[in-house]
Design a protein around this ligand. Sequence first.
Ligand code: GRG
Length: 300
Amino acid sequence: MVSAVSTSFDFPAYLAAAKASVEEALDDSLGPERPEQLREAMRYSLLAGGKRLRPILCLAACELAGGDAAQALPTAVALEMIHTMSLIHDDLPAMDNDDLRRGRPTNHKVYGDAIAILAGDALLTRAFEMVALRSPGVPADRLLKVVGELSLVAGAPGLVGGQVEDLDCEGKQVDLDTLEFIHLHKTGALLTGCLISGALIGGADEDLIAALRIYARGIGLAFQIIDDILDVTASSDVLGKTAGKDLLADKTTYPKLLGLDESRRRADALVNEAKSALDPWRASSAPLLALADYITSRDR
Ligand code: GRG
C-alpha cells in the first residue's frame, strides 16, 4: 500500500495500489472448489471488476486505526464477496431482473437462476470463512467482533432488511424518511461494516469507532444518492449496468423527490459531514477524506 502519512497525498496512486492488492487477494480467495460450474459462477462475478470501494474502505480504516492493512486483506475480500453476492441476487428475475452488471451479462443470464442463487450463497458463506479461518495474525477477539459486525450489516438489520423494504416500496409513493431507511440499510450498512471491521482489526478505540460510524452514515447515504443520480444521467455503457432502471421500475429516488440539483447538494453536504467526523484524526485520514470526495465525484 502507498503510505497515507504524507503532506501531499497522491490519491490516484493510493487507489491504484489498493485496488491492485485487492484484485490479487480476490483472485487467490477462491480455491479449486467443485463442482466446476459453481467455481466458475463464483469467479465470474467476483472477478468481474468493479470499483472495489468496499474493500478499500476496510483497508483504509485499518490503517487509520494504526493497524497493518495486510492483516485486514482477508476481511476486505470478505466484504467484496458479500457485496458481489448481493449484486448477483439483486439482479435475479425475482428481484431487480437485470441483464447487465459490471459490463457483462448478469450471473443468472450465464449460469441460470439456480446456480446464480447458489454462487451467491457460496460467496456469502466464504466471506465468513475468510474472516474466521483465513485471517492469520489477527487476535481472535477482534475477529469475533468482525464476524458479529458483518452478520448484522448483511442480515435482516442491514442489507436484507433494506432490500425487502425497497422491493415493498416499488410503485408506491414513498416519503424521504422511508427512502433514507432503504438507502441506509441497502447500501449504507455494508459500507459501515467495511469501516468498522477494518478499524476493529487495526485495534481502533471507541472514539474512532464512533467517528467512523458517523463518517460511514454520511458516505453511505451520499453514495446511494449519487447512484440514484447516475441512474438518470449516465449511460449503461459507462455504468456497466442498465441505466434508467429506477424510472422504469417506478422507484422513488432522491432525484424524483428533490430534483437533480438538490440531490447533488444533499450528497455534497453529507460527504462534508462525514469528513468533519474525522477532524480529530485529520493528520492520518487523507485516504478516507479522499475516498469520501471520490464518492460524489464518480461517474460510474
Ligand atoms: C447480503 C444476505 C445478503 C442478501 C442481499 C439482494 C440483497 C440482499 C440486497 C441488495 C443490495 C444492493 C444491490 C444494493 C445496491 C448497492 C449499490 C449501490 C451497488 C452498486 O455498488 P458499486 O457502484 O458497484 O460500488 P461496483 O460494481 O463498482 O462494485
